[in-house]
Design a protein around this ligand. Sequence first.
Ligand SMILES: [Zn+2]
Length: 113
Amino acid sequence: MHEMSLAEGIVQILENEAKKQNFSRVTEVCLAVGELAGVELESLRFSFDVITRDTLAEGCVLTIEPVSGLAYCFDCSVQVPLHKRGDPCPRCGGFSLQVVDGTQMRVKSLEVE
Ligand SMILES: [Zn+2]
């Protein structure tokens, strides 16, 4: 499952930060997840719960902040919101779109102790 490896990646980031910043527990993780990142949020939450067991982030609060998808429409020559890959341009209904934002997932902030 794709989300399992994403959750593993997050724990890896947390462990690296723990070494750098010298903390031993993570109490809250805030993730920014793009609408177009192809991440199933429920599945990510489940995976995160499983993966963080017996780690420094066990039982921590996971906050997910959605990042809107954004695309450039070559027909309209403007940037338009795009909520799903494969959707048409909301202005002209065309498909000459290039995704410009909302494809990333990253750790936005941490609460630690
Ligand atoms: Zn358009």
